[in-house]
Write a protein that binds this ligand. Structure first.
Ligand code: GLN
Length: 355
C-alpha cells in the first residue's frame, strides 16, 4: 500500500478522507484512524497492488462480512428511529409548506448522522435556495426506492436526493435545472480489472445495484444483451459486500458513494475499475424533482430554479458543496448563473423508445 496508482479513477475526482468523514458521520461508525488517513483514491485504485490482491481467505471474508453486518446494524438502528425532518417554517406558520422527500443514506448528499440529524449537501442547499427564493418547506428522509413514485403520485411535493435525470423518470417527473455533476462508477475485485474495461463487452456477469437507482436501470438495460444477472440491494454497503463475497461480479454506484465505501478500508480486494461509465449522457447530473403536469408543482419548481440561480451567483452554492467536499474538482459544479437545462441525448431518447 502507499504507492499512488495512476489509474483513471485517481485522475478523475480526487475526494479524499473528507468524503469518508462526512459519510462516516452519517453511519455513526467507528472506522480505524488508519482508514481515515488513507486517501480515497489510493484505497480505491491502488492498481499496483492488484497482483497482491489474491482472493481473500474464507476467514477473511467472514471477518469482513461480520464488520459490514455490524455497520448495517448500526445504520438500521439509526434508520429505525424513523424519518428525520428539517423545516424552515415556524410551528405557527399558516401559509404553504412544501413537503419534500430525501434519501436517508446517501452521503454526502443526504444522510442521517450519528446524532440522528438529517445532513448533507442537498439538505443545506435546499435551505439556502428556499431562503433566497422565499418559500417554506419541510424535508423528510426515507428509503430511496419509493421516493420518486411518491412524488409522481402527489404524496410529496418534491424530492432532492442526488436524483439523476433519466428519460423514463421524465415521463412522470419534472426536473429542475442541474445542481451537481456526478458519474456512475463500476466497482469490482482488482483481479477483474483487466476484464472489466467496458461493461458493454463482458458477458454473463452478475451485477449488484441499489434498488430504484439509475445504476439499477443501467444494469437492467444491459441485462438481456450481455446476459447479466441483476441483484438489487437496499444500499451500497450491501451491494459492495455482495461483490466482496463473490455473490456478484461488480456493482454500479454513484462515484462519490463508491469512493466512500472503499475508503472504509474493509474491502482490500475491491477497486473502482471504471470511474465514469460512458454514454450516461444527461443522467450524470443531479436535480430537484416535482410531479409532471401539475400546476402547483410548477410553482415550486420555478421557485427552486430561481433560488438555485441566486445561490450560484451569490456563492452559497459553492460554499455548501465545499463544506462537505472541500476537494471537489471544478467539474462537479454547475457553472455560471445560467444552469444548463436538461435535454435528453439522442441515445437516451432511443433507449426510452424501446422501453
Ligand atoms: N443518482 C442515483 C439515482 O438517481 C442514486 C440516487 C440515490 O441513491 N439517492 O438513481
Amino acid at each position: 500500500m502507499g504507492k499512488k496508482a495512476s489509474s483513471p479513477s485517481t485522475t478523475y475526482y480526487n475526494w479524499r478522507s473528507q468524503l469518508c468523514s462526512a459519510a462516516l458521520f452519517c453511519l455513526g461508525l467507528a472506522l480505524s484512524p488508519h482508514a481515515l488517513a488513507a486517501t480515497a483514491a489510493t484505497a480505491a485504485t491502488d492498481a499496483t497492488n492488484a497482483s497482491a490482491a489474491t482472493e481473500p481467505s474464507a476467514s477473511e471474508k467472514e471477518q469482513v462480512a461480520a464488520k459490514v453486518m455490524a455497520r448495517q446494524e448500526a445504520m438500521q438502528q439509526v434508520l429505525a428511529q424513523g424519518s428525520k425532518c428539517v423545516s424552515n417554517a415556524p410551528d405557527d406558520y399558516n401559509g404553504k409548506v412544501w413537503q419534500i422527500g430525501t434519501d436517508n443514506a446517501f452521503a454526502p448528499f443526504a444522510f442521517i448522522d450519528a446524532q440522528g440529524e438529517l445532513k448533507g449537501i442537498d439538505v443545506d442547499l435546499l435551505a439556502k435556495i428556499a431562503e433566497n427564493a422565499g418559500f417554506k418547506y419541510r424535508m423528510c428522509s426515507q428509503d430511496f426506492a419509493p421516493l420518486l413514485p411518491a412524488v409522481a403520485a402527489g404524496k410529496l411535493d418534491g424530492a432532492m436526493a442526488g436524483i439523476s435525470y433519466t428519460v423514463p423518470r421524465a415521463q412522470t417527473l419534472e426536473f429542475s435545472k442541474r445542481y451537481y455533476n456526478s458519474a456512475v462508477a463500476v466497482v469490482a475485485a482488482k483481479s477483474e480489472q483487466s476484464q472489466l474495461q467496458s461493461i458493454q463487452q463482458v458477458m454473463g456477469k452478475t451485477v449488484a445495484v441499489k434498488a430504484g437507482t439509475l445504476g439499477e436501470d443501467i444494469a437492467n438495460g444491459l441485462k438481456e444483451a450481455r446476459q447479466f444477472t441483476v441483484k438489487s440491494y437496499p444500499n451500497s454497503m450491501a451491494s459492495m459486500l455482495a461483490v466482496f463475497q463473490g455473490e456478484a461480479d461488480f456493482l454500479l454506484e454513484d462515484y462519490p458513494v463508491a469512493v466512500y465505501e472503499l475508503t472504509s478500508g474493509l474491502y482490500s480486494n475491491l477497486m473502482i475499475v471504471i470511474p465514469r461509465l460512458p454514454n450516461v449522457g444527461n443522467s450524470e447530473s443531479y436535480h430537484f424533482v416535482v410531479a409532471k403536469d401539475n400546476k402547483e408543482s410548477q410553482q415550486l419548481l420555478q421557485a427552486f430554479n430561481e433560488g438555485l440561480e441566486k445561490v450560484i451567483v451569490n456563492g452559497d452554492y459553492k460554499a455548501v458543496v465545499a463544506k462537505y467536499l472541500p476537494e471537489a474538482p471544478a467539474s462537479v459544479f454547475v457553472s455560471g448563473n445560467a444552469p444548463v437545462e436538461v435535454k435528453a441525448t439522442a441515445a437516451e431518447k432511443e433507449a426510452a423508445a424501446v422501453q
